[in-house]
Ligand binder design. Structure first.
Ligand code: ACO
Length: 327
């Protein structure tokens, strides 16, 4: 297919923050427990009326501004989210309207935290095949609204935010590989049980707190350590690389112990990973694009330098995936 270039990135987070000390007044927890078990110190939380489409639009505008291109030249907007404003219309449609991408199509993908990689696969393959020339790939979450704020095992983990990546048909190599996997036998690891066709909203589902994220945290943790090291070695090999050839690793920011464990098993230097979990918490489908944006901003990733960057995520499904590109 045609070369696919990562042109620019953008991010947006709500201005309101919630640190571990404030959280310890909401549920029975401590800053020390959260930092030691997860690495998270503070997260951004959307204010009333601030929705996924607002954060996503802001991240898209920043990516477009950085590239110096106008919204009406975008061919497709692909949004990954697990906390859309509404199930329909899709967040991508709202974004298309807000930013004035009048010539663009719009679609959402929902695939847990790994939606970021799914959205990237849609955008990149659309360009590679010649369907589109310019695509906005976005990850956004306002999961704070879908969290049980009395459940200390989940409410400490998540933060709100959005990240966007502008892709274009390029003249030289960019995207080297993009891969998606799933293990649908593990559907019960991370779920939001009620409010749709299997369990429509009722007084009972509300009383039972079935409209909130429910997670087998420990099983998710073990899954990552069992599956990701071998998988990521395979992804590198597919791109004609060894793990040590990767200049920068961008992991889904869910738990620092997950990142550290996988890097240790891959025998990769910890310092090659671009992390921000301490400042944002787990922003689910947005996390890798926010980290990517920060990597560009602080000069670790440099456009045109040809650095090899591996971006990977995992989430509800269980799904997992990765893409490798040259900066
Ligand atoms: N503060 C204090 N104690 C707590 C807290 C808290 N916030 N949460 C749980 N505990 C307690 C538990 O009650 C338990 O106590 P017990 O031993 O008396 O029963 C103890 O701490 C240990 O609990 P575990 O759940 O075994 O703790 P663990 O070390 O596994 O850490 C965590 C939990 C942080 C959730 C971890 O398992 C994890 O990060 N898992 C991965 C989650 C993840 O990555 N999800 C990403 C996908 S999300 C998505 O796709 C939408």
């Amino acid at each position: 297919g045609r070369p696919v270039q990562v042109v620019s990135t953008g991010m947006a987070v709500p201005s309101k923050t919630l640190d571990n000390h404030q959280l310890s007044k909401v549920v029975d927890t401590t800053d020390q427990w959260i930092v030691e078990r997860t690495g998270i110190k503070i997260r951004h939380i959307a204010s009333e009326g601030e929705n996924a489409s607002d954060l996503a639009s802001c991240a898209c505008r920043r990516a477009l501004e950085k590239a110096g291109v106008s919204a009406d030249t975008v061919d497709m907007i692909v949004v990954a989210t697990n906390s859309p404003d509404t199930l329909f219309p899709a967040v991508s449609c709202r974004v298309q309207g807000i930013i004035g991408a009048v010539n663009s199509g719009a679609m959402d993908v929902q695939s847990g935290c790994n939606g970021s990689i799914s959205a990237m696969s849609v955008g990149a393959s659309g360009i590679a095949s010649g369907l589109w020339n310019r695509v906005l790939v976005v990850g956004v979450e306002v999961l704070s609204r879908l969290i049980d704020w009395s459940d200390r095992s989940t409410c400490i983990l998540f933060g709100d935010g959005a990240g966007a990546v502008l892709l274009e048909a390029g003249s030289k190599k960019g995207m080297l590989s993009c891969d998606l996997r799933a293990d649908g036998t593990l559907c019960d690891y991370i779920t939001l049980p009620a409010g749709l066709s299997a369990l429509p909203a009722s007084d009972e589902t509300v009383r039972g707190k079935k409209h909130f994220v429910s997670m087998k945290g420990n099983e998710v943790f073990k899954f990552t350590q069992r599956v990701l090291p071998g998988y990521l070695s395979e992804v590198c090999a597919k791109a004609g690389l060894a793990p040590e050839d990767i200049d920068w690793w961008v992991f889904h920011q869910a738990n620092m112990r997950i990142v550290e464990g996988v890097l240790r098993r891959l025998k990769v230097d910890r310092r090659k990973s671009i992390d921000n979990l301490d400042r944002y918490g787990n922003t689910s489908a947005a996390s890798v694009f926010i980290a990517l944006d920060e990597g560009y901003k602080d000069g670790r990733i440099v456009s045109g330098k040809g650095q090899k960057v591996l971006v990977t995520s995992f989430g509800a499904g269980m799904t997992y995936g990765a893409f490798v590109f040259e900066s």
